[in-house]
Design a protein around this ligand. Structure first.
Ligand SMILES: Nc1ncnc2c1ncn2[C@@H]1O[C@H](COP(=O)(O)OP(=O)(O)OP(=O)(O)O)[C@@H](O)[C@H]1O
Ligand SMILES: C[C@H](N)[C@H](N)CCCCCC(=O)O
Ligand SMILES: [Mg+2]
Length: 204
């Protein structure tokens, strides 16, 4: 069974949308271990809304915080310290898509970062890269960091206006494959998620 951790080169790069498409493509289960902010409509609510297969299950977050901030700060604001031992993989017999918070070096505690959670869960990574000026640097930094920790990287999803020159540089320099691309969409709905799911499925 695949255990895929969806991380990104930063926050707001499209991880939730990509996670919804991957969940649909693999008819996988979905888990967001830490939700910071947007408790009235969480990333899990969003993915549930966008996934239409009957097989996917959605697991409750290990931690939910009100403050839309780095999880270590959001936790401190509620006088809570995140305990890494509390991140227990849901007992699933299905593929599992796990969504992080922000990028790889986002703190969960003073010592424990998202990248440490990925290593602890022994998941492979799909990295969401958004195309903007500066994103080559952010994408290479993320990949070098994962490679230094010997965390397996399944591939990259590029989000936003296509920029083949940047994408080619990144895939050639890192030797990490491109799994798919997500274009800027005006409508985000079930049909759009199904369309990308079918397109990316052969690469997953
Ligand atoms: N390709 C796209 N076309 C249109 N809108 C997009 C696209 N990708 C992302 N968005 C929108 O951009 C916003 C941020 O995306 P998303 O919530 O998926 O980011 P994220 O990386 O999951 O952030 P977080 O770190 O908070 O989990 C959302 O409103 C999402 O719908
Ligand atoms: C609140 C936001 N949407 C995410 N849930 C958390 C992003 C944390 C980013 C921290 C940082 O890199 O400075
Ligand atoms: Mg998200």
């Amino acid at each position: 069974m695949k255990k895929i951790f969806v991380t990104g080169i930063g926050t707001d790069v499209g991880k939730t949308l990509v996670a919804a498409i991957l969940t649909e493509a693999l008819q996988a289960d979905y888990w967001k271990p830490v939700q910071a902010g947007n408790l009235e409509f969480t990333d899990t609510d969003r993915v549930k809304e966008l996934v239409s297969n009957a097989q996917s299950c959605f697991y409750p977050e290990a931690y939910r915080f009100h403050m839309p901030a780095s999880p270590h700060l959001a936790a401190a604001a509620e006088n809570i310290e995140i305990n890494p031992d509390k991140f227990i993989l849901p007992e699933a017999t299905n593929h599992l898509v796990i969504e992080g918070a922000g990028g790889l070096l986002v703190p969960l505690t003073a010592e424990f970062l998202i990248i440490d959670l990925i290593a602890q869960l022994q998941a492979e990574v799909i990295l969401v890269s958004q195309n903007y000026l500066g994103s080559i640097n952010h994408t290479l930094l993320s990949i070098l960091c994962l490679q230094q920790r010997q965390i397996p990287i399944k591939g990259i999803i590029f989000n936003g206006p296509p920029t083949p020159s940047s994408e080619d540089y990144i895939t050639q320099y890192t030797r990490v494959p491109k799994l798919g691309a997500l274009l800027p969409e005006t409508e985000i709905n079930l049909a759009m998620v199904q369309h990308y799911a079918a397109q990316w499925r052969p690469n997953l």
